[in-house]
Design a protein around this ligand. Structure first.
Ligand SMILES: *Cc1c(COP(=O)(O)O)cnc(C)c1O
Length: 393
């Protein structure tokens, strides 16, 4: 990549960086889009004397463009891309040793919960799950051997909002790292490094890719030593993305600002409409003023995102009928693509959580989660209206 043509971090607005950061026209051909460097290996001029790339697990120019782009969007010095969000999260866990302790949210992403318990407990890394919207609960869970506080905001599926600065302060008081999974908000709405986090992780599969056509992950940081370790684990563990996948995510990040504006606008509109709907008993959206952490969200985020959940006065079966009878919303897990998705956490994303635990956590049978896409909001509203009416009346 011709780094001289790529804008310097901080020099341009987010929208400009989304399109240009990490990417200049290809110096050999002038190609405007970053080429897909489909190489496993690179010529050396003499043994050990290479032009920046030796082998594509270690580094690849298309991946470098993506890593520099993501770092710029988070306002960070360093970025690393992975083959999935879980590959990125696992890399942070690779920093720990037997006997270390982790504190995280009790409603953390299911895959993260599985990794921390079913994989890392066998290596004697123990995790405490607490309500991270309450910094005192985080403080109470800290131990002398706590090395990492892992948080996520907004959370899934109840859209709780964590005060990143408050949690980072607790972590730092105990010499632990603070990592934030910024998948739901994206750097367009929230940049956790500005609020004291040491590491930001992403599932690129969601809004950053944005088109439900790629799986990827990333870590960004301002700490050079941490970045070097992430690079060591990229190379040693090998959870790195293909150049084609990097190209797809680069294609997505260029339109992130315009997509997010519309995701937020459509979600805000639907949240307000659902809030007034007679069959809906609760709406979980940080943009609603009565959301318990609305003030934190308003301070920490530039807008409230495209994800929301709502609770119907309905049985599990009736709610299943609702999610099964939409025409514009697709019944599917995942989120963050241009198309609207609908799902029922109880039998789908949160099926592994026992019913009693699920209900204690506020995940009722009638809870429905939507990833609000970029279709006409009138069509989305009409679709939910006919699905709810058909299933409940
Ligand atoms: C999807 C997701 C992940 C995992 O990412 P993959 O790309 O599916 O491996 C992690 N955290 C959050 C919040 C997610 O939504």
């Amino acid at each position: 990549m011709d780094d001289q043509d790529a804008p310097e971090r901080g020099e341009f607005a987010f929208e400009t960086q989304a399109i240009h950061a990490g990417q200049g026209p290809d110096p050999r051909t002038g190609a405007v889009m970053t080429p897909i460097f489909a190489n496993s290996t690179y010529e050396q001029d003499a043994p050990g004397d290479h032009r920046g790339y030796e082998y594509s697990r270690t580094g690849n120019p298309t991946r470098t463009a993506l890593e520099d782009n993501l770092a710029a969007l988070e306002g960070a010095a360093y970025g690393r891309a992975f083959s999935s969000g879980m590959g990125a999260i696992n890399t942070v866990m690779n920093l720990l040793s037997a006997g270390d302790h982790v504190v995280t949210g009790d409603d953390v992403y299911g895959g993260t919960h599985r990794l921390f318990t079913q994989v890392y407990e066998q290596y004697d890394v123990e995790t405490s799950f607490v309500d991270t919207t309450d910094p005192e609960a985080v403080e109470d869970a800290m131990r002398p051997e706590t090395e990492l506080v892992w948080t996520e905001t907004p959370t899934n599926p109840l859209m709780r909002v964590v005060d990143v600065q408050a949690v980072a302060d607790v972590a730092h008081d105990h010499d632990a790292l603070c990592a934030v999974d910024n998948t739901f908000a994206t750097p367009y709405l929230q940049r956790p490094l500005e609020h004291g986090a040491d590491i930001v992780s992403h599932s690129l599969t969601k809004y950053l890719g944005g088109h439900s056509d790629v799986v990827g992950g990333a870590l960004v940081t301002d700490d050079e030593a941490l970045d070097e370790q992430f690079g060591f684990y990229q190379n040693s563990v090998g959870a790195t993305p293909s150049p084609f996948d990097c190209f797809l995510v680069l294609r997505g990040t260029k339109t992130l600002p315009v997509r997010m504006d519309r995701h937020c606008e459509n979600a805000r509109e639907l949240a307000g409409w659902l809030d007034a709907h007679p069959d809906v008993s609760e709406v979980f959206y940080p943009g609603l003023e009565r959301h318990p952490q609305h003030d934190v969200a308003a301070r920490q985020m530039d807008d409230f995102g495209g994800m929301l959940s709502f609770e119907l006065d309905a049985t599990l079966e009736e709610a299943s009928d609702v999610v099964g009878s939409t025409e514009v919303f697709t019944l599917a897990e995942s989120l963050g693509g241009v198309e609207s998705l609908i799902e029922q956490p109880a039998p789908m994303t949160h099926a592994a959580v026992p019913k009693a635990e699920r209900e204690a956590a506020g995940l009722s049978d009638g809870l429905i989660r939507v990833s609000v896409g970029l279709e006409s909001v009138d069509d989305l509203r009409a679709d939910l209206d006919q699905a709810i009416d058909g299933a409940l009346h």
